[in-house]
Design a protein. Sequence first.
Length: 679
Amino acid sequence: MPQFLTVPSSIFNLSYISIFDLAVKQFQGTLPSDLVTTLPNLEFFSVGVNQFTGSIPVSLSNGSNIRYIHLGYNQLSGKVPSFEKLNKLGVLVLSGNPLGKGESNDFSFISTLLNATNLESLALHDNNFGGELPDSFKNLSNTLTRLYVTSNQITGRIPTEIGNFVNMQDFRVNDNKFTVTIPVDIGKLQKLQFLDLSQNRFSIKIPKSIGNLSLLIYLHLSENNLSSGIPSSLGNCQNLLELNLSHNVLSGPIARKVLSISSLRTVDISHNQLNGSLPVEIGNLKNLGYLNVSENKFFGEIPSTLGRCVSLEFLAMKGNSFRGTIPSTFSSLRGLRILDLSHNNFDGLIPIYFEEFNFLSLNLSFNDFDGKLPQEGIFKNASVFSVVGNSKLCGGIPDLKLPKCIAEHSKKPRLSFKLKIVISIAAVLLGVISTILVFLVLCCLRRSKRVPVSSDSPFNSLWNVSYQTLLQATNGFSVANLLGVGSYGSVYKGTICQEGTSVAVKVLNLSKSGALKSFIAECEALRNIRHRNLVKVLTACSGVDLQGNDFKALVYEFMANGSLEDWLHTKDSSNGEEIKSLNLLQRLNIAIEIAYAVAYLHLHCETPIIHCDLKPSNVLLDDELVAHVGDFGLARFLSTDTQSFSIHQTSSSLVRGTIGYTAPGTFPFHQVFTVLHSS
């Protein structure tokens, strides 16, 4: 138990004090009633997150110089005094106290704030305020940017004049008893970023005007009585990270435009009456980490495009009428931690690739799956998966007590005479066609002048490019096409004419020690990994140049926005070029994307890969500023058996990467990775 202290009374006699800050200091006791009388120069007063009791000092109403008051999260009770003379007040925090009595006059102090023309933040959440918001509320200063009244007992409606607060950025009134409709004028709050109206009694429908809030990143409307459909205008909120519409009575299909918000990371539309099939556009949500569509009336098959959402960690689809088999594309969702497909009409075999999902909690109960249940990986532990209510399953571990699988009978049903004739004719025709096709292929191969890719190349299924092709694509490896120079080679921009694709060509300088090992390491690392936040390798070229020298190059997908280094540490732009800069949201997104890439390399590859040289210059940004980790020339493989570096990698150097390097001023994405890994 923490030991609470009492504030010495002599402190309140220091009349010259202008800043009084005892927040989060484990103090207790009461605040003197003559507080401002003894501290006439007070401008900043903060005693938040302590154990002060009693009432708010009435003398605060005389503090004409006060700009900041924080009394939050104490045990203060009673009535809130007048603030009529606090003309300079900018921040008032009364949250987390048992203030108010749940009565209609609890908000009488609001009218005394009308003279505070600089008021920016008003926090009244987690109290006992009751009644309706008074008419004086609409006359508060339009400088207000943050209003929190969460977790009180407020009734009535949100005033339609809410549209007057044109500078509002954060508006949270959740967990109250607001009724009637969400005011249409809320769409006038063009600067709004956080909107939480959840856990109230709003009814009718979601106003289309919410689609005007283009800066919105957090929208929670859950646990109300909202009906009708999800307005397609929500698709205009292209900065949304979280969308929660759960526990309402929404009906109709999901507007496809809503699924075009590629920034979405959390979508919860569970416990409604939504119907129709899940649109294929769901695959556009490539940043999606949480998706819950449970307890609705969806039907049809799961779109295979959902497998593109490789960042998914939580996927719940229970309590619908989905049917068909689980898409094979789900094998790409290696980051899944929770997958709940229970209480649907799925059938077919349970995919064996789930055996490799080491951290997955899987619920497939009450469907129509059949056949043999896998027995390896997660299927060894009955506590992490459920298949009850699937009467056609067999096998599995003994704990499940499923019936044994019966081997197929060796006897096969007899074919009819007519069917035998049809099959015989089809076989003859197939043989003739196959012979013709083989002949044509051999003729084409003889005429082809292309040099075949080595059979042991890890890229033998990709583009077949020669030195001449890359020479032409980069305009003779001209300086004008040079993107950068690294430790073991140079990177050029090029265009593969045959494919019409912009690429980045990394040409290895084989005269440098370690360049060949770097090429081999990067080929080995990239040939078996695939993730949206890793640089995509298109092909490799190994041959000779025009002088007969060995030539090796890697061809990557071109990243239009260069490296993260360029954006974090912009060089002098006196030449008239636009200065590159990233806002906080973009930096956070990039940090999370890098962490996803590192998590994939460390946790979800068949053999864990250690990058060994992760820094801003090795993080590339595409045209949408999505981060891609590249340059695996120093990568190492970690044996899962020995937890040591693979013997297939050389160990000639104990020091790897950029020696003594720490990126200045970058976001600590290693901390983001730690959070993602632990969550």
